[in-house]
Write a protein that binds this ligand. Sequence first.
Ligand code: G6P
Ligand code: MG
Length: 226
Amino acid sequence: MNTKGFIFDLDGVIVDTAKYHYLAWKALAKSIGIDFTVHQNEQLKGISRESSLNKILEWGNKTLPKDKFMELMKEKNDQYLSYISKMDENEILPGVTQILDYISKQKHPIALGSASKNSKIILKKVNLINRFNAIIDGNNVTKAKPDPEVFLKAANAISIPANQCVVFEDSVAGIQAANIANMISIGIGNATILNEADFVFKDFTEIHQDFLENLIKTKKEELKKV
Ligand code: G6P
Ligand code: MG
């Protein structure tokens, strides 16, 4: 059998936590006199916590001493944690549970590949933690997407060669990371924004079984771009 490895990003793919990141960053930015927009929040998708704060400071033309920077990162995360503490299974994005069911029924391994350091807390909250054979997240990597480190580590953890892995991602940086890793990249979201992906779907309900069957039996090199 042709075994593929399936690697899922978390934020924006499995759950819509972007809204909580947004609220927490907006409050934080406001506390230091910086206005933070939804458009700017888009640019923080897939980006680590530290790089996010650096970008916000850059947009607001501010520099901070190291200890204040660390304090603000903690403040943002405490606020974010208070939002995610209320999460439950209802926040799993449409079609996610079904695709996880399908993949595990076909006995293909599943990994998480996320920049978040809160991934295990979130997966526990939405009761999906047991669905993953490996979890590689912000606690396991030193280089942020578009560096492929997180996906290569995830592939390694499930013992599947990179070119036999399929990555589901909602961020441009994540799609680029999957492409650099020589994996099959599937964008979840807007096709114009995610135009570098091998395939793009609005959400998982648009991914049908015949597409997955074809994906599983075909080599990356032979897959036709849509
Ligand atoms: C994901 C999100 C980013 C977030 C990053 C770190 O990639 O898309 O917006 O900044 O994770 O998340 P964390 O939970 O560690 O602050
Ligand atoms: Mg994401």
